[in-house]
Design a protein around this ligand. Sequence first.
Ligand SMILES: [Zn+2]
Ligand SMILES: [Zn+2]
Length: 349
Amino acid sequence: MTAPKIDFEQREHTFVLKNVRIGIGFHWDRYENQEFQGELEIKRIQNPCVQGGEPWEVAVNTIDLEDYLCSVISSEMNANSPMELLKAHAVISRSWAIRAMQHPNHEGYDVCADDHCQRYEGLHRMNERAVEAVRATKGQVLTSTKGRRTMYESGKTAEEICDCRYHKCCGGKTEVWRTCWEDIDVPYIQSVNCDYCKQPSPDILRLVLNDYDQETKDFRDWEVHYTDEELDAIIAQKSGLDFGHITSLEPLHRGASGRIDSLRITGTKQAAVIGKELKIRLWLSRSCLYSSWFDVSHTDGRWTLRGHGWGHGAGLCQIGAAVMASEGKSYQEILAYYYANSRLSTAAQ
Ligand SMILES: [Zn+2]
Ligand SMILES: [Zn+2]
């Protein structure tokens, strides 16, 4: 890998970053130019994924949290979405961001701009409705006394801001924390049935999904087909291991929604058990499978994965929440539906 150089153009009140990569490693991976407000600093940071080598240039944008959220909610979902969806998203994106700043995952900056953290694609997908949703929920976060830190770290029962995870489409049932991340129970990330994302109308999807997300057509129920040679090549490339010829893919454990979090891959040369859900999605696709909720069949030299949903499935289902909002549910009702054991609070500013 060669260290990329930051290409940018300073404008009067904004700056434009050229060829920003978005959806890194996912099926919508691409480059676009993005315009931002706030301050730009070019930092040089050692890429943790590259041993040794030159430090990489990164563009670091310093911006007010509420301004950041206007861009995030219109990057995650279309800014023309129903207002109650945008408000619900503002609350969970704010909650997530405050927690992320308290528990940093990156060196040199608080959050990255891609799906690893939250999408932050600048100004061009934003409109006054996104600004209104952020303003109407100013400072509001979800909190819980049954949180991760209080129950598992300190043992106290203080109110804490929820780590509000979310995803595109649960596929019919949301997932629990331990299927995706650490082996803990997070009481506000429970599995709930979600009929809302079952059959979203094409009109709703056109309204609530951003341009490049509209290219993903079959996310609720999907099929992926590989020949033997294709699957062997994908797994060899993604794992860096020589399994020989793959003879079986065996789900060993599934989470509450049906997402596989432990999968045995057996080849003619070796076998391995892998998890959790994201690693399984990455190893079984040239980019990343929509989800790890799938069944496997293998006949006549052909593999078929039949699956459901798009994303890890934990927390709020964005398509389901959009449908709830279009049916007249308030953002408070949407949040209560997807985050049990939580309440709406105002964070100290
Ligand atoms: Zn990140
Ligand atoms: Zn759903």
